[in-house]
Design a protein around this ligand. Sequence first.
Ligand SMILES: Nc1ncnc2c1ncn2[C@@H]1O[C@H](COP(=O)(O)OP(=O)(O)OP(=O)(O)O)[C@@H](O)[C@H]1O
Length: 234
Amino acid sequence: MADLLNVQDLRAGYGEAVVLNGVSFSLGEGQTLALLGRNGTGKTTLMDTLAGATRQHGGSITLGGVALHRLPSHQRAAAGIGWVPQERNIFKSLTVHENLTAVARPGPWGPQRVYEMFPRLAERKTNLGTQLSGGEQQMLAMGRALVLNPKLLLLDEPLEGLAPIIVTELLRAIARITREEGLAAIIVEQHPQAILAISHQAVVLDRGSVVHSGAADALAASPALLDRLLGVAR
Ligand SMILES: Nc1ncnc2c1ncn2[C@@H]1O[C@H](COP(=O)(O)OP(=O)(O)OP(=O)(O)O)[C@@H](O)[C@H]1O
């Protein structure tokens, strides 16, 4: 299978500070990768670096053969990165529908398809971002990334702080988008079992380096290894 994303010997961080030190991995088209690790190990820094929001000190990132290194964030979106940051960053003064139409790019994903995926958003089309619950904001943030018609979706802790019923709804949508619709994704999660269950690959970071890389189902089936890598057999 052809690689969609190739990360080689990546060094990146904030200003002069280097957080990621020699990170390498690749991801095939249509594959989902669970990005795991204890707190503060560099997961968000890696997502932000793929999206162009940190300082890259060395190494390379290619998406579909295109080098991303010199591209600013908005050009990476055009190159195929659909980034859903931890803070969600929706436009709070715009309506749900305006949030989606403001960034939509040509392709199979448009606002209508987002509403089919997230019926709650369809009901809130004319509500402002400020009027949405945390779960609805997360759905809108994902919808906004989807209407960019990306090649790779980056989801940074999409389930954090949400009620169990919303977590179930979001997990079902994420599984549909990745497993059924075949969109490649990298998903960061603190509680890995649910994400490992829908991922093909797993990468574990520790202190800015990759300490484990392999099949997601093998890691999910190894509580002792999960315990060693993440601290608890979750
Ligand atoms: N804006 C920033 N400026 C400087 N250092 C930062 C910044 N953001 C994060 N760091 C540092 O980078 C390191 C990695 O943090 P990062 O947020 O990437 O980890 P993480 O694995 O995503 O953690 P968590 O699970 O807590 O979100 C930490 O030492 C953190 O203090």
